[in-house]
Design a protein around this ligand. Structure first.
Ligand code: PLP
Length: 373
């Protein structure tokens, strides 16, 4: 029977915003493969293939490394709700939108949240984080490795060292860094890390890879109260994905296929080669944008290799330029928001999008858009 309703025909956008990022054909093909049930041995086999690759991109040997059904915010909520509660003093380093979201989640769990703040776009120095942690003596600390609202990389060594000195655990948001920049969870000392599928891993949105240290798992096992968020309770999730394979929820099978293929592509490329590719394309894009007369919001060495934040020049119309890029080139970049609304653009080069030819295309199209505006 022929259908009278035309089938779906989305535009082919060039996704150079903060995510989602371009998806490889192999990943799309995986999503069209027949699904199995969420308790099928094949589904658990896919999970067992995924986990070592996740350890590789996170830089960890944590046994508790798994995938949550939900976007990056689910990973954030899982990290917070499992470890932050009424008895928690939670220090959060905030210099952008997503760190603020972590603090808000801590607040909703009933914790005593201490917001250590700087203007958006700045980083915390080692001395600043140390002073704050030793002064507050929290039980949990949160920070964002790659702040997508600003384009800033925040190093975690000093945070983790000071936190561990006072017996606190550290939650790190790795949503815009996983698979593109070295996170080195173990060497840095991060206890709980979360990310998403739609940025550096170049899959569609919908999954959140997480990893939790043994130390943190011991803290969780000793927790006397239940996680208030049933869906994201690590103890229950471990019974599904871990030993017992007990039903917890109906996992989105096709997304797990996608992630399996996205990670296989990373394993084939090699993580070090992948990081080097992102760095090289990042440097080339910055040089190209500066060649157009644009200034970057973030100074070296705090720039992300994934997300570039040039300042919108005086007199240029943010919306007009983005519309020009979309209409003329089908290029999707993002503007700033919050404290940086109308002040910066956010241009992503992540995963499949981080290619030399894309750098050239972005510089050429930005040049034309600036001239046209
Ligand atoms: C740094 C950071 N944290 C958390 C999130 C939330 O992730 P999601 O939108 O996948 O829920 C994002 C989304 O862009 C992000 O950039």
């Amino acid at each position: 029977m022929s259908s009278s309703i035309p089938s779906l025909n989305p535009p082919h956008r060039l996704l150079f915003g903060p995510g989602p990022t371009p998806v490889a054909a192999r990943v799309y093909e995986a999503m069209a493969k027949p699904i199995v049930g969420h308790l099928d041995p094949f589904f658990f086999q896919i999970n067992e293939e995924i986990r070592p690759w996740l350890r590789m991109v996170y830089g960890t040997t944590n046994p508790f490394t798994m995938v949550l059904s939900g976007t990056g915010s689910a990973g954030m909520e899982a990290a917070v709700s499992n470890f932050v509660h009424e008895d928690t003093k939670f220090v959060v380093f905030i210099a952008g939108y997503f760190a603020d979201r972590i603090a808000e989640m801590g607040h909703r769990q009933g914790a005593t949240v201490v917001r250590v703040e700087k203007p958006w776009g700045e980083t915390f120095t080692d001395a600043e984080v140390r002073e704050a942690i030793l002064r507050e003596r929290p039980t949990m600390v949160g920070y964002v490795t790659a702040e997508t609202s600003t384009g800033v990389w925040q190093g975690g060594n000093a945070i983790c060292q000071a936190a561990h000195e006072v017996g606190a655990l550290v939650i790190a948001d790795c949503v815009t860094s996983l698979g593109t920049m070295p996170i080195n969870v173990d060497a840095t000392g991060i206890d709980i890390a979360f990310s998403c599928s739609q940025k550096g891993l170049s899959c569609p949105p919908g999954l959140s890879p997480i990893t939790v240290s043994e130390n943190a798992m011991n803290r969780l096992r000793a927790r006397q109260t239940s996680n208030r968020t049933w869906y994201l309770d690590f103890k229950l999730l471990d019974e599904y994905f871990g030993g017992q394979k007990r039903y917890h929820h109906t996992a989105p099978i096709s997304m797990f296929y996608a992630l399996r293929e996205g990670l296989a592509l990373i394993a084939e490329e090699g993580v070090e080669a992948r990081f080097a590719r992102h760095k090289a394309n990042h440097l080339e894009l910055v040089a190209g944008l500066e060649g157009l007369g644009l200034k970057m919001l973030v100074n070296n060495p705090h720039r992300l290799w994934t997300l570039h934040t040039p300042i919108i020049p005086e007199g240029k119309d943010d919306m007009k330029i983005r519309k020009y890029l979309l209409d003329q080139y089908s290029i999707d970049i993002a503007g700033g928001f919050g404290q940086l609304a109308g002040k910066i653009w956010r241009i992503g080069l992540m995963g499949e999008g981080s290619k030399k030819e894309n750098v050239a295309l972005l510089v050429e199209s930005m040049g034309k858009a600036l001239a046209a505006a």
